[in-house]
Design a protein. Sequence first.
Length: 745
Amino acid sequence: MKLFTDFHNFTANCYYHGEVEGRVNSDVSLSTCAGIRGFISFDNKSYVLEPSPDDTDGTHWIYSAKHLSFPPGSCGHDFNISYPREQADSSPFRTFSTRNKRHTQTTTKYVELIVVADNREFQKQGKDMERVKQRLAEITNYVDKFYRALNIRVALVGLEVWSDVDKCPITQDPFTTLHEFLDWRKVKLLPQKPHDNAQLISGVYFQGTTIGMAPIMSMCTADQSGGIVMDHSDNPLGAAVTLAHELGHNFGMNHDTPERGCGCRVTVDRGGCIMTPSTGYPFPTVFSSCSKKDLTASFEKGVGMCLFNMPEVKVLYGGQKCGNGYVEEGEECDCGELEECMNPCCNATTCTLKGDAVCAHGQCCQDCQLKPAGTPCRDASNSCDLPEFCNGTSPHCPANVYLHDGHACHSVDGYCYNGICQTHEQQCITLWGQGAKPAPGICFEKVNSAGDPYGNCGKDAKGSFAKCEARDAKCGKIQCQGGANRPVIGTNAVSIETNIPLRDGGRILCRGTHVYLGDDMPDPGLVLTGTKCGDGMMCLNRQCQNVSVFGVHDCSAKCSGRGICNNKKNCHCEAHWAPPFCDRTGLGGSVDSGPIRFADTTNLTVGILVVLLTILAAALIVYIKRKTLLSLLHNTKKNPIEKLRCLTLSPYPCHSLRRLPQCPPVHLSHPVLLSLPMSLSPNPGQLRPLVPPPHRAAAPHRAAAPHIHAVPRGASFRATPNHNSCRTVTVSAPSVFFTWKHFIL
């Protein structure tokens, strides 16, 4: 059997993105691999450029995209669904300081895409292997251009062409084809070549008007991250638009139906937006406001957990080129073409760093320098996600990790599956709006035991609706109560109400939904995979199974009770405990997510210093107070100084060792300026100069203050004798001579 599988770079890079100079909201996507091919959009008009069919002299055609001829087609989805954001999510560890919602629109996502061409497509391209390879690469180049506006890069990491026989059944039934392709991808392709998403380009014309189909909100899942696309136009732009549309469903985007009131900068007659239900011509090349909102809601819910790591550049298809936005071998940075580069750290011409720059890209690069190890670079987006931290050596944030499947959701009554916490209650709100809640268990048991379109556990191998066993009833059609009068998921959904009689004569109203879809499509009315169906139980393959099948308990057991297991089966340790087993002190985190921020340690150190300084300040205050108190206690001793201080305003009598006469309150006047210190003479009304003590010089005269000055310990004193009144007191000290000014008594 002949098979071509290309996971490496065999073709020189000849694919370009750009804009029309001087034109706002313009887009250009071209390839120069074999002539010039591509599209040019500006002023709400699109033009196609391609070589002449009988190109012998380099002649090219450029014409309006509305002149492209192909049978109008539609997507296999006929419903819309808007998933509400998870409320009040928090980190799985209370010790983690993380925000609940990740800034999804500011972080570039990377879809590692593998494109597969079936045997009919190979034949359709004249069995020319190079022609098929070029066509698939050109289709992907267009898709990459479309998604760049959403801060998403679509990186082609592999091509596979079934040149001899198809590896899975490909028929005109799009539902069966989708099921078979996704099953083959999970079992065969994914183990061989890790990737995020796979799309089948088929040369088969599907039944009806369907030109593509993909499960919704399935990006990064092992069993449903992919889709099928019919190559319906001679120009590869047609298949590219369809692939972008189906990839949008994988991301969680819904159709741009009239009732949604979506904003699109391109009018319907000129193509509209990519997620329109039916594709006509000219081809749409932009996304609507609804698509952007759907994408944001999906990311915040946890869809696309695998998209935050940059792909290995060695596996990119198409060859190396400075200016393609990927840092490849020999490049220090790559900020795109010179005209689009806005990076101050990178030289767009040479793809080298400028000046003293250490880095130019990545969430761990700031102002051209690496962020310190432990700096948060990606917050936990929901209750099943884990935060990531810079490691101090790389400008890029570590690959996204989340809780191991089967781990209990934090603060939510459910279990994690593919990084998302699914619950019956959340799904009821999705289908019926606010106020809806799961119906009692008897509703699930009675309705889903019917095995019909309105109550079942999916389909069996023969394509017939399967009855639910009693133990699996909560994994069949969702049953709710309350909410809106009719489903809020779109015009193609109908309400199925069932009244269940009770033994006491009452009835219970059970509300389900039925959406007209084909086989093996993820019917929104079915309980989602990963939903809790009992204590320690989860819905898997329409069966209620024990979460132990994931080995989550065995994995967590090695974390020493101080961590939890992530999706890579490694311990994510609490702060202050080191990976890989959380059995020794450290910084926390995991070998996958990086250490918990050193900044936390710094903050702790600063906090300790603040506390110590506060304690020292308090101790100093206590010391001063204590010293003052001791001084006061000491001054209670009956000494001359105390007697002197009794001359201050006081309603209490002064005391001495000899019990001097009581002193009336002393009333102070304003200071009296004298040229010579004076005291009262024994005779009232007569002043006399004070005589300084022997061998002492009189202290220089200073203006008196109306308060009493302190006297050094050990000072001597003498008082003018007067047994009937308090008189002026003159105090002498070894080195100081104090004189009390004249008081009015």
